[in-house]
Design a protein around this ligand. Structure first.
Ligand code: PAF
Length: 283
């Protein structure tokens, strides 16, 4: 595995691959099995896998967890190597943002709900860094987890808007045995919060069942979810149902829907979702 920290070295390394497809896994590090699933899918579909680890300051709001975001470079290097990553790009902030930006990427659609609404500017920061990383890596395919479904839909739109020749690949959420979605932020849960957190997934499954059973009234569905989610002791940031991938209000229950929850724990904000399509076990 080549470990690369500068744009110039990355450029040379990518050029030296000559022929063969590149699968790109952008991450913010503190790797967990969710990331490893992205790497495995990328490996199975490409000749080379490039992974980036960059905690992008631009996507954190002033009161968010940028400094508390977990980091462990040594462990990440070992895991990436074991998984067979070919090139690991670990830039520092000045490598990605050498000068203040003269232009900005502003996401227009799908940001009036969920994390777009709760974290103003977050998806502008995500889109900006991804545009930069995509230009540096020039991958054929890029891999994103379904846990960040709003991010995934926004990245698909970014690629379409700017004619980027990259296929965006969705990878299903990887879960702990008790259903909690794997996340780098789980490490910041207290022992009691960790015990409680699987309720989020249980609540999503209760809502999913309701929809698959044919209920077509949003209030009834959300009330059913709330019966389980009500046991959460911390602030529920959102509980919402939308059509996917438009993130618009549900007008047709036979379409693909997304049921999404965010819970703000003491030092970790957890998000999770279920994509639901009637007649299909997995949307
Ligand atoms: O999902 C993430 O880890 C980040 O938002 C990403 C895609 C690496 C951009 O910084």
């Amino acid at each position: 595995m080549r470990i690369i920290r500068t744009r110039q070295e990355l450029h040379q390394s990518i050029k030296s691959l000559e022929t063969g497809s590149i699968g790109f896994v952008p991450t913010m590090g503190y790797l967990h099995e969710g990331h490893l699933a992205l790497i495995q899918k990328a490996k199975s579909e490409n000749d080379f896998v490039v992974m980036s680890i960059f905690v992008n300051p631009l996507q954190f709001g002033p009161n968010e967890d940028l400094t508390a975001y977990p980091r462990d470079e040594k462990r990440d290097l070992k895991l990436a190597e074991e998984q067979g990553v070919d090139i690991l790009f670990l830039p520092n902030v000045s490598e990605i943002y050498p000068v203040p930006l003269s232009t900005t990427i502003h996401v227009e659609k799908r940001v009036d709900v969920l994390d777009g609404e709760k974290r103003p500017g977050h998806f502008d920061g995500v889109a900006t860094v991804l545009l930069k990383l995509f230009h540096l890596v020039m991958p054929n395919r890029a891999y994103f987890g379904q846990k960040d479904a709003q991010q995934l839909a926004i990245v698909e739109a970014l690629v379409e808007d700017y004619f980027l020749p990259i296929a965006i690949q969705r990878v299903e959420t990887v879960r702990e045995a008790d259903g909690l979605a794997k996340s780098s932020r789980n490490i910041n849960l207290t022992v009691d919060e960790r015990k409680e957190a699987p309720i989020i997934h249980q609540a999503l499954l209760a809502g999913k069942k309701c929809i698959l059973d044919g209920v077509e009234d949003e209030t009834t569905i959300l009330a059913e979810v709330q019966k389980t989610l009500g046991k959460v002791t911390k602030k529920v940031d959102y509980l919402a149902l939308y059509e996917y991938p438009s993130f618009k209000a549900v007008t047709d229950f036979s379409r693909t829907l997304i049921l999404a929850i965010a819970v703000q724990y003491e030092k970790a904000r957890l998000i999770d979702n279920e994509l639901i399509k009637r007649g299909e076990e997995n949307a």
